[in-house]
Design a protein around this ligand. Structure first.
Ligand SMILES: Cc1cc2nc3c(=O)[nH]c(=O)nc-3n(C[C@H](O)[C@H](O)[C@H](O)COP(=O)(O)OP(=O)(O)OC[C@H]3O[C@@H](n4cnc5c(N)ncnc54)[C@H](O)[C@@H]3O)c2cc1C
Length: 474
């Protein structure tokens, strides 16, 4: 792909001269900041970065690019680790200045612009005593997470982020601005809920909000590896005991603090301390080495993991799934595999693998075919973020991670479940480009492809996951 030429960049600036959009090119001081991403492996030299401030400006940039066949990407929080919000030589539509949040307390709805981050949504909603389903790590952006499905601590109670999406405003490939909801453009609304990144630039969302009584019970615990079997036993009973107001994450990470690979646990209980302590008693009695549990406001709960995933270093996010009950020996084997990686490679200790027990009670009330999101079933996500520093390790770390996630899926996931015909078992927002469209969207793919032919026939929105790419590359 040719790098955006100087005359083209001038033309773009000229096109936007009467707007508030800022066009940043290589000679500008803030260019380095403009191409920085969560994973430094995704920092690519863009031809131009456009910091847009309105839907009309987005429409102008999309039309400018598509008419001239210039590739462009959309950047929310920049957390994608397969490079889908980066471009070498093309145009980045940076949504960070579109971060307005407005609450309608009477209607219990929250209006969010496409570039807002969850942290701000959590804070603004809380000032009205409300909360919406958002991300467990709230430095991520609303756009990238919501459009692919979206899991959070409130998922057990209210479902996915998209299950609480009432309407959205989109700029389509031809620059048209449309509103989508159950009554307006319902076909596109179906697609946006789970595959929205492939259909346009979403500049506005309206979400359903719920009264939230703070504080909630939550925090991080570290254990030595000898506690793992008891933690797995607790996980195996979680499903029977959960009423949907709890969340339980556990996994492994390298720890400089303890000089070994530790088992971490994150607890969440949307209720009183006494009820929470009763629920998590089997875990709390295991004598954690570090215990950061406290009663805290819901917005704070969504910040406690942010420090585990900060910008910097090369990274890869990978996903799989698990079905309960877990086999203790299989989980111990994952621990050993992960521990070996931590001991073998330099500066990888900030990596982690996590099993995410966010109750699926509400999530599976919606059929897989009701939205483009096809990952609904009686199972949970497993995820990992591998972090390293040496670019020469890129292929090695990615393949080790892929092997680990595949193994988790094979040994503990829906592949071994009798309920095979449920969800696809891959969360598209956790998957890299190793997963193909059939794996991600299952039976929903043909409908998505038909809609793509209608709304994006040239497939300009293909960098998140290409809906016409069927062939598995692994
Ligand atoms: C540290 C970390 C924590 C995470 N926590 C959670 C979690 O709790 N729950 C969960 O469900 N997922 C979680 N994820 C996965 C997350 O949903 C994806 O990584 C998501 O892609 C991040 O979106 P972003 O906008 O921040 O990143 P970006 O890289 O900016 O965007 C990701 C993709 O979405 C597209 N995009 C972004 N905004 C828009 C928009 N407004 N319109 C159209 N396309 C857009 C981009 O073009 C890109 O293809 C987490 C990921 C990380 C790395």
């Amino acid at each position: 792909m040719p790098f955006l030429s100087y005359p083209r960049a001038l033309e773009l600036k000229n096109e936007l001269r009467e707007t508030n959009a800022e066009v940043i090119t290589m000679e500008n001081e803030n260019y380095a900041e403009g191409i920085s991403r969560f994973s430094s492996s995704c920092e690519k030299e863009a031809g131009a970065i456009v910091r847009v401030t309105s839907t009309d400006e987005v429409s102008k940039v999309v039309s400018f690019a598509t008419k001239r066949h210039i590739p462009f990407v959309v950047q929310g929080g920049g957390f994608n680790t397969s490079g889908s919000s980066s471009t070498f030589g093309g145009i980045v539509i940076n949504l960070s200045k579109m971060s307005q949040i407005t609450v309608d307390p009477g209607a219990k709805t929250v209006f969010v612009q496409g570039g807002a981050i969850w942290e701000d949504v959590d804070k603004v909603s809380a000032t009205f005593g409300l909360a919406i389903v958002g991300c467990t790590m709230n430095h991520t952006s609303v756009g990238g997470t919501a459009l692919g499905g979206g899991y959070g601590w409130l998922t057990g109670r209210y479902g996915l982020i998209i299950d609480n999406l009432l309407s959205a405003r989109l700029v389509l490939a031809d620059g048209r601005i449309v509103t989508v909801s159950m009554t307006e453009n319902p076909d596109l609304f179906w697609a946006v809920r789970g595959a929205g990144q492939g259909f346009g630039v979403t500049t506005e969302f309206v979400f359903k909000a719920y009264p939230q009584t703070d504080p909630v019970f939550g925090g991080l615990l570290y254990f030595t590896a000898d506690r793992l079997s008891q933690i797995v036993h607790f996980a195996n009973e979680f499903e029977e005991r959960s009423t949907g107001i709890e969340g339980f994450l556990f996994g492994f990470t390298g720890s400089l603090l303890m000089q070994e690979t530790v088992v971490f646990v994150v607890t969440f209980y949307n209720g009183s301390r006494s009820a929470a302590e009763k629920f998590f008693e089997p875990i709390l009695s295991l004598k954690p080495v570090v215990n950061e549990i406290e009663m805290m406001p819901y917005p704070k709960m969504n910040t406690i993991l942010n420090r585990a995933a900060e910008f910097g270093g090369r990274k890869s996010l990978g996903g799989s799934n698990i079905v309960l009950p877990l086999n203790v020996k299989s989980v111990e084997e994952v621990y050993r595999d992960f521990d070996t990686i931590m001991k073998t490679f330099p500066r990888v200790s900030e990596s982690f693998v996590v099993f995410e027990l966010l109750p699926y009670i509400e999530l599976i009330k919606v059929p897989n075919e009701a939205t483009a999101f096809a990952n609904r079933g009686k199972y949970y996500n497993a995820a990992s973020i591998f972090r390293w520093h040496d670019p020469e390790l890129d292929p090695k770390m990615r393949s080790l991670q892929q092997d680990m996630m595949n193994k988790i899926g094979r040994r503990a996931g829906v592949a071994r479940s009798e309920e095979m015909n449920q969800g696809v078992g891959v969360y598209a927002n956790y998957a890299g480009h190793e997963a193909n469209a059939t794996e991600l969207f299952g039976d929903n793919l043909p409908r998505l492809q038909t809609l793509k032919m209608q709304y994006d026939p040239d497939n300009v929105f293909k960098k998140w996951h290409d809906m016409f790419l069927h062939t598995s590359v692994h």
